[in-house]
Ligand binder design. Structure first.
Ligand SMILES: Nc1ncnc2c1ncn2[C@@H]1O[C@H](COP(=O)(O)OP(=O)(O)OP(=O)(O)O)[C@@H](O)[C@H]1O
Ligand SMILES: [Mg+2]
Length: 386
């Protein structure tokens, strides 16, 4: 008999339904996973075997075939461990197939059967609502983020045995209920724009920029407070609406950056990647594309300090998201879109030595050096900075 367990895979920040089918037949013992699994899933076999054995559950020493359907979507990540393990041992434990079909199940297993957090739990919860499931069985560490914005029952599990006993109907689990403090959307910031002394013109420019969502470039000598002011921009932006908070939370969830202590993003994000960051880190990507810094700054501020020091392709890659508010990442097998609607705040020195225009310190750069420094920022990018 073939046992089926429902789970999901992330494409961008969207969860897509995947059916894990397990067929156990007589023959030489083997363990195969088919249906376009990437390396992380192929590796999961050993984790699953150990987790099942160490939980004192019966591991079927037969010919095991796991199919991940639909077979045309590439699957990657560790969240398949739990659904595969459950599909494998359901037959020997007499878990009813009816019970299995009620839930969307995901989780990474450790060798002793503990369940670790997953990426995209929030999208997974939305998916299960869309297809009218009774609930989801997710790692305890991912349960608050999944439950916060959805009214679906999120059953948090810490150990494989807990998930199995729940599916067998031997224990009752309380659905996760994160503290709803979304009404108090006004999160307190530790820093404040009023910390900035003087700098009347710069402050006014930044106030206008943040009110009208205009991208800005600050130029000034070292120590003039560029970094300090940029960090305080989110504190003068309007509070996030619930929709904005949900959008940004979805991205952080897909990046695996949330926890039960911090299940949602309700403060406008401030991201300041270092200028040595790679293009993938900034715009997103990888074989199974993950959101990059520009998406993590969605509905907030992306601060690029020492702007000319960023690699040319990184700066150029910002052009499309600055225009459209989204980034399309295409790889050989897949093309995904991440939201990336951010306020760009860039900072640079006026020249190499930084002293150009400073009356107290002489500038030691040659004219050619100044031109070269400024040329690093291309015209099309400057066009997008108001
Ligand atoms: N207007 C200001 N009000 C209060 N503190 C300031 C102000 N300007 C600068 N400072 C202080 O001076 C220090 C240096 O500022 P900051 O690092 O922001 O300068 P910067 O312009 O980013 O310099 P660099 O070009 O070297 O990166 C900070 O510790 C900051 O607290
Ligand atoms: Mg600085």
């Amino acid at each position: 008999m073939v046992y089926k367990v429902l789970t999901y895979t992330l494409i961008g920040i969207e969860a897509h339904l995947i059916e894990v089918e397990a067929d156990i037949s007589h023959g030489i013992p083997a363990f195969n996973i088919v249906g376009l699994p990437e390396n992380t899933i192929k590796e999961s076999k050993e984790r699953i075997r150990s987790a099942i054995k160490n939980s004192k559950l019966p591991f079927p020493e037969h010919r095991i075939t796991i199919n991940l359907a639909p077979a045309d979507i590439k699957k990657e990540g560790t969240s398949f461990d739990l659904p595969i393990a459950i599909a494998l041992i359901s037959s020997s434990l007499n878990i009813s197939t009816e019970n299995l079909r009620k839930y969307l199940i995901a989780g990474e297993l450790s060798l002793n059967g503990e369940i670790r957090k997953i990426r995209g739990a929030l999208s997974g919860a939305f998916l299960s609502k869309k297809i009218n499931l009774e609930g989801v069985i997710f790692p305890e560490d991912s349960s608050s983020e999944a439950a916060y914005f959805t009214d679906i029952s999120v059953y948090p599990v810490k150990h494989l045995l807990e998930a199995i006993n729940f599916l067998k109907g031997e224990i009752v689990l309380e659905p996760a209920k994160p503290k709803k403090n979304i009404a108090s959307q006004n999160p307190l910031h530790e820093i404040d724009f009023s910390d900035v002394a003087g700098q009347f013109h710069a402050k006014r420019a930044l106030e206008i920029a943040s009110a009208g969502k205009h991208n800005v470039l600050m130029t000034g000598p070292p120590g003039s407070g560029k970094t300090m002011m940029a960090m305080r921009i989110p504190t003068i932006m309007p509070d996030m609406t619930i929709e904005e908070s949900l959008e940004t939370t979805m991205i952080y969830s897909a990046g695996g950056l949330l926890s039960n202590d911090k299940p949602i993003i309700n403060k406008r994000p401030f991201r300041s990647p270092h200028h040595t960051s790679s293009e993938i880190a900034i715009v997103g990507g990888g074989t199974n594309p993950k959101p990059g810094e520009i998406s993590l700054a969605h509905n907030g501020v992306l601060f690029l300090d020492e702007f000319p020091e960023f690699k040319r392709p990184v700066i150029e890659a910002l052009r499309q998201p600055l225009e459209e508010g989204v980034i399309h990442v295409s790889r050989a097998s897949i093309s995904v879109t991440f939201p990336a609607n951010f306020l760009l705040v860039a900072a640079m020195n006026p020249c190499f030595c930084g002293n150009l225009g400073d009356n107290s310190k002489p500038c030691t750069c040659t004219y050619a050096e100044i031109q070269k420094y400024r040329k690093k920022i291309s015209g099309p990018i400057l066009d997008r900075i108001d």
